[in-house]
Design a protein. Sequence first.
Length: 61
Amino acid sequence: MWIRDDFLRSKVAYEKMIVHEYSVVEQPEEKSNRIAVDTNLGRLTCLVLEGEQRRFLQTGV
């Protein structure tokens, strides 16, 4: 938790794309180096990876 803000603001190009939770966002958030999928209590978000394509599946609120 003590590095969360630094991580969320980072523009570092990591070797791999990072997919993470534990930082609530209204909608899935895609950045150049990370994807946030923690979309609030009561809504579940799933990231579907198919080759180079990405899409999200979500439950209702």
